[in-house]
Design a protein around this ligand. Structure first.
Ligand SMILES: [Zn+2]
Length: 75
């Protein structure tokens, strides 16, 4: 588990709301958006997170790919 991954997990847990890769990268001050994308892709594979098209909780832009803890979406 990388330091970035741990930061993303923390971000998605408190509070458990959907984030897009852009906002994750900005919030964690990652130089490249692809770094956030790489982590969210791995998290999705764990089965504990969902990636889907929806408005991001932060930028509230048009629906885009966001990720959240699975329990959030199915709550
Ligand atoms: Zn966003």
């Amino acid at each position: 588990m990388t330091e970035i991954a741990q930061s993303v997990i923390k971000l998605l847990a408190s509070p458990p709301i959907p984030w897009c890769d852009d906002c994750i990268a900005r919030e964690l001050k990652l130089p490249r958006r692809q770094q956030a994308q790489a982590v969210t892709g791995v998290l999705e594979e764990t089965g504990q997170y969902d990636r889907y098209r929806e408005s991001c909780s932060q930028c509230e832009d048009a629906p885009k790919m966001v990720i959240s803890i699975k329990s959030f979406r199915h709550a």
